[in-house]
Design a protein around this ligand. Structure first.
Ligand code: PEP
Length: 215
């Protein structure tokens, strides 16, 4: 079976104590999937020190380098703690006014610091900067709604997207659960899943990984 990317996105959730208890329950799963944990900035140092086995990702990065950008976390700072960063999540586009130009700057900053980029789109026609490493297709109506998209429809969209932007790795995201993960993982153009809500619970996320491994 092809190795897949199983990406957990904690969004703006968890204190250090909660992250610690998640780690306690999250015993290293079997299988050769790549599991990436996208945690809030405040937890990255703790997770980096506490568990070197997890592949860590940030959920955002500054469009600027070092300097007078109060409140921003730049790509060089992140590179000390993580290998990956999510850019262009629909929640950032909708709530923080992130435009294609800003997202392109973020990708440039991330890549120049040596980070790898998971770039999110909610529509196959959206612009994807050419330096992104992975594209994640996440229809907005499916995020957090419990209404995942039909896996065959997602497969067709991801296949066309990968072909258009010439990025070989495409993920599906939107209400992926232990019960439906196999139906996505089995699709030929889908190279993995991005998981929000279910990833907050270590036992459920482990179950999702297990079900992805036997599909
Ligand atoms: C997400 O965070 O990108 C996501 C897909 O969330 P959920 O799995 O909760 O729909």
């Amino acid at each position: 079976m092809k190795s897949r990317f199983l990406v957990a996105n904690w969004k703006s959730n968890k204190t250090i104590a909660e992250a610690d208890s998640w780690l306690e329950s999250f015993k290293s799963p079997a299988g050769d999937h790549t599991i990436i944990l996208c945690a809030p900035f405040t937890l990255l140092h703790f997770l980096h020190e506490r568990n070197r086995a997890l592949v860590l990702s940030a959920q955002d990065v500054s469009p600027f380098g070092q300097g007078s950008y109060t409140g921003e976390i730049n790509a060089q700072q992140l590179k000390e703690l993580v290998d990956w960063v999510i850019i262009g999540h629909s929640e950032r586009r909708a709530n923080f006014g992130e435009t294609d130009d800003i997202l392109k700057q973020k990708v440039l900053q991330a890549k120049s610091a040596g980070l790898r980029v998971i770039f999110c789109v909610s529509d196959e026609r959206e612009t994807v900067p050419e330096d992104a490493d992975i594209v994640a297709y996440e229809p907005v109506s499916a995020i957090g709604s419990g209404q995942s998209e039909d896996p065959r429809a997602s497969n067709e969209i991801i296949a066309r997207l990968k072909e258009r932007i010439k990025i070989p790795i495409g993920l599906y995201g939107g209400s992926v659960t232990p019960d439906n993960v196999a139906s996505f993982i089995r699709q030929p153009a889908i190279d993995g899943v991005l998981v929000g809500g279910v990833s907050l619970d270590a036992a459920k996320f482990l179950q999702l990984i297990e079900n992805a491994s036997i599909s």
